[in-house]
Write a protein that binds this ligand. Sequence first.
Ligand code: KIV
Ligand code: ZN
Length: 514
Amino acid sequence: MAEKLIIFDTTLRDGEQSPGASMTKEEKLRIARQLEKLRVDVIEAGFAASSNGDFEAVRAIANTIRDSTVCSLSRANDRDISRAAEALSGAKSARIHTFIATSALHMEKKLRMTPEQVHEQARLAVRFARKFTDNVEFSPEDGSRSDLDFLCRVLEDVIREGASTINIADTVGYAVPELFGQLVRTLRERIPNSDKAVWSVHCHNDLGMAVANSLAGVTIGGARQVECTVNGLGERAGNTSLEEIVMAVKTRCDYFGLDVGIDASQIVPASKLVSGITGFPVQPNKAVVGANAFAHASGIHQDGVLKHRDTYEIMRAEDVGWSTNRIVLGKLSGRNAFKQRVQELGIPVESETELNAAFSRFKDLADRKSDIFDEDIQALFSDESVTPESEHFKLVSLAQGSETGERPHAEITLSVAGREARSRADGNGPVDATLKAIESQVESGAELLLYSVNAITTGTESQGEVTVRLSRGGRIVNGVGADPDIIVASAKAYLNALNKLHSNVQRVNPQLGV
Ligand code: KIV
Ligand code: ZN
C-alpha cells in the first residue's frame, strides 16, 4: 500500500493572516465543514490566544468537526498553549501546534533572545503542550534560514520532549526546491530520533515556488505532511496551494507514489466558498480552480479534446468539482425544490429560519433573473447580509442614473443601526456616485484599496460579484456583494466592508513575538 501524505490545511489560520481576509466565527465554521467534506487530515482552525473571537472560532470548530483533526496555533509560551488546549477541549481529535523562530535574524532582531533561550523555550513549550495532548506539532519559524547545527539540536530536543510532528517552515518564501528538499533530508538523517516524528513542510509563495518547494520537501526530504491553504490564500504572496499539491500528487501518482485522502470533487466548492467569504477572487488562469483551468480556446486543442479527451486534458474538470452552468431553478420553483438543491450542493443550513431567509433572497433574485444556476444559489449563502455583524449598515434602496453627456448620480437609502437615512451624490460613473452617496452619510474615513467585478456565471444575464478592499487605521477588510445589477452589487460589497470595519475585531499576529 502507498504511504500517506497528510494534508494539513491552514486556510483558517495562515490564510486568514492575509490582510483583509479575517473571518467571523460563522464563516470559519462554514469553511471548516467544507474542509471536512474535502477530507483534509488536519484543520488548523486558528490561533486561539490571538483574540476572544478566534478562541471562540477554534472552540466552535473543535466542537463540530468529527472527521478531521482540529489544531490551534500557539506561540511557545504557557499562556498561548493553555488557551489552545482550552479551545480544543471538545475536539474528537486535537493537535497543538507551537512554534518559535530559530533563524539568527529573527532571534536577535525580532525576539531579542539568545539561541540558548530560544532552545530552552522550544523544549519547555513542547513539554507543556504534551500535558494536554500527545498530538503536538513544533515549527521552527524561518527554519529554512536557520543554522543547521542549531536546528538539529533544537529539533532533537523537541522530539525528545514529545513533539510528534516537526514542521519546517519557509516563512519568507526564500527557499528553492532542491536545497529545501535537501535541508529536510539532512535534518532527518542527522537527528538521531528523527524517526519518532512525522516531518512536515510549510512554504510561502514569495518567489512563486511554494508548491515546488513543498513537493521537493516530500520527494527529496521525505516529508509526509504538507501545510497548505485553499486557493493558496495567505500573507503576502500566499501559502502552498492545497488544490495544486493534491492534484499533483493524485495526477502524477506514478511519480510520487503517495496517497492523499482528499475527496477531489470538493476542491472547487471549497475554492469558491473561500473566495466568496474572504473576497479574494481566484485568478482565471489559476491551476485547478481558475475559471480557465479547463477551457480550451485554441481550435487545435478543441479539436483534439473532442476526438480524444486525454490529448490535452491531464485531469477532468468534473473530478475536481467543476459543474457546467446548469439551470437548476427559476421563478416558479418552490421552497421544497430550493431546499433539495441546497442539500444536494451540500450547503450547511443551521435552521429553518436561515433556510427561509435564503429562500426569500432566492425569490427576490428569481424575480430579476430568469435562470438560477448552482453558482447563484451558492452566492445566496455567501451573501454576508446573513451574518449578525453585518446588521449595522444595510441597503434599503438605490436609484441611480447615467446618460451620455450627463454626470452620473445616485440616490441611496441606508439603514444605519436601524434608522433610515437618504443621501445623494454624483460621480465619474454610477459606481463612483453610489459609493460617494454612501460615504456622504457614513463618513467612514476608509480608503478604497481595491474594487473588482466578476461574473458569477457566464453571459450578460449573470450576477455580478463585486469585491472591495478598504483600509482604515492600519486595518484592512474585504467586502463582497452579488446582484444581477452591478451597481447594487457594488453598494452591497461596500456596505459589507464597512460592517466589517465597524465590527472592530482585533487580533494578535502570531509572528510578531513571543
Ligand atoms: O510561516 C510560518 O513560519 C508559520 C509558522 C507559524 C508555521 O506560519
Ligand atoms: Zn506561514
